[in-house]
Write a protein that binds this ligand. Structure first.
Ligand code: GLU
Length: 449
């Protein structure tokens, strides 16, 4: 490996030994950049990479809130404004018990390249809290969100930093966060958050966008191999908002999703999640807060596999859409043994680095990386920002058309970037390179800081 790249990775490993997810994503992105770094010796001269791995700004804040029983609780809030070279910081908020700086930094780092790939003016950021939404009442969530925003509102804004949802943060949370922002600032700046309700500036198609975008990307891959999405079977993990969007669009295009998973296990529905009743039930399951996918098999009478993941099921396409490090080496081997051709990542970093490398090396397998496949979500957030700043509302058709175009462009740009660098048809390296090139170029032009 190029000596400069290797030295930066070493530096990150030493400095962030207690943040393994962050180290993992830096290694993954940098493993694709060798040809670019070799071609641009000026990057090393300006020490671009050591600057890139250091967030421009990252802070924590105290979030104290009252539970329904009158007891007080204190959580940690985070915001990592990782890179603002190509636009205002942009990225979601994750509320989950396991949130710590390593998770926020890994997500923020991924977000830089994902946002760059969309071709839109958005920098990379992420935030969240170790607040555990499981089993909390609406009133508790509201008080938590209000307290969270009281600490954060000074540091965000439509031209500064625009948070959105991620795991544990959906339309309800964004509503409470926006209400508090509006109350504190006393002005109508709805471009400060995305994923809002439609009644106060949310965009049509935003709830569906990540899942729809993933399926549009998949269509591009299938087309490359002369195949049609119609009739394909798809195994996915997760059962949240992203999974719902995939199921909906896959069904619309004549494919069928046959698995869903949750912390309790996975369901296998060989008939496919293809009726309105089944698709809508996914929303009900998520809204119930029970966090159990077994409810689906109880209702529709299909198989439920407790404590397992759906990676042993024989299908045409696998789409991990739940969370990071969902597929390890052992499962990757099983996927290869089942001769599954299309491995399309959707969740952020769902595959461990060794498993990802193993899958890429399989002769008859095509691997697509999450930072490209799931970019439709944040891209549509950028379209929401555009509508907010124009004080206009676009139709669902208009937003969907733009989303579709953006996904096609992301795919094409990735293919071309890999080819240009002598790497053949390599969607993973192509996305890393294309995402990096735009940010690197902007950083170089803006001077060293
Ligand atoms: N959290 C989502 C992501 O990982 C959406 C971010 C956004 O819309 O800003 O890209």
């Amino acid at each position: 490996m190029n000596a400069y790249l290797a030295s930066v990775i070493e530096n990150v490993k030493t400095k962030h030994a207690n943040e393994p997810e962050f180290v993992q994503t830096v290694e993954e992105v940098f493993s694709s950049l060798e040809p670019v770094i070799e071609r641009h010796p000026e990057y090393e001269k300006a020490d671009l990479l050591n600057r890139l791995v250091e967030p421009e700004r990252m802070f924590t804040f105290r979030v104290t809130w009252m539970a329904d029983d009158g007891t007080w609780h204190t959580n940690i809030g985070y915001r990592c404004q990782f890179n603002g070279a190509i636009g205002p910081y942009k990225g979601g908020l994750r509320f989950q018990k396991n949130v710590y700086p390593g998770i926020i930094k890994f997500l923020g780092f991924e977000q830089i390249f994902k946002n760059s790939l969309t071709g839109l003016p958005i920098g990379g950021a992420k935030g969240g809290s170790d607040f555990d939404p499981a089993g909390k009442s609406d009133a508790e969530v509201m008080r938590f969100c209000q307290s969270f925003m009281q600490a954060l509102y000074r540091y965000i804004g439509p031209d500064i930093d625009v948070p959105a949802g991620d795991m544990g943060v959906g339309g309800r949370e964004i509503g409470y966060l926006f209400g508090e922002y509006r109350r504190l600032k006393g002005c109508w700046e709805n471009g400060v958050l995305t994923g809002k309700g439609f009644s106060y500036g949310g965009s049509r198609i935003r709830p569906e966008a990540t899942g729809f975008g993933a399926v549009y990307y998949l269509e591009n891959v299938l087309k490359h191999f002369g195949e049609d999405i119609k009739g394909k079977t798809i195994a996915i993990s997760g059962f949240g908002n992203v999974a719902w969007g995939i199921v909906k669009k896959a069904h619309e295009l004549g494919a069928k999703v046959v698995t869903l998973s949750g912390p309790d296990g996975y369901i296998y529905d060989p008939d496919g999640i293809v009726t309105d009743e089944k698709i809508n039930y996914m929303l009900e399951m998520r809204a119930s807060g029970r966090n159990r996918v077994q409810d689906y098999s109880d209702k529709f009478g299909c198989e439920f596999h407790a404590g397992e993941k759906p990676w042993g099921v024989k299908v045409d396409v696998i789409m991990p859409a739940a969370m990071q490090n969902d597929v390890h080496m052992e499962q990757a081997k099983q996927i290869a043994a089942n001769h599954i051709k299309y491995y399309i990542e959707v969740a952020n970093m769902p595959t461990t680095n060794d498993a990802l490398k193993f899958l890429i090396d399989q002769k008859d397998m095509v691997v697509a990386p999450s930072k490209a496949v799931n970019a439709g979500g944040v891209a549509t957030s950028a379209l929401e920002m555009a509508q907010n700043s124009e004080r206009l509302v676009w139709t669902a058709e208009e937003v969907d058309k733009q989303l579709h175009q953006i996904m096609n462009t992301i795919y094409t740009m990735s293919v071309e970037a890999a080819e240009r660098n002598g790497l053949g048809y390599n969607l993973v390296a192509g996305a890393n390179i294309a995402g990096f090139e735009r940010v690197a170029d902007a950083m170089m032009q803006q001077g060293i800081f």
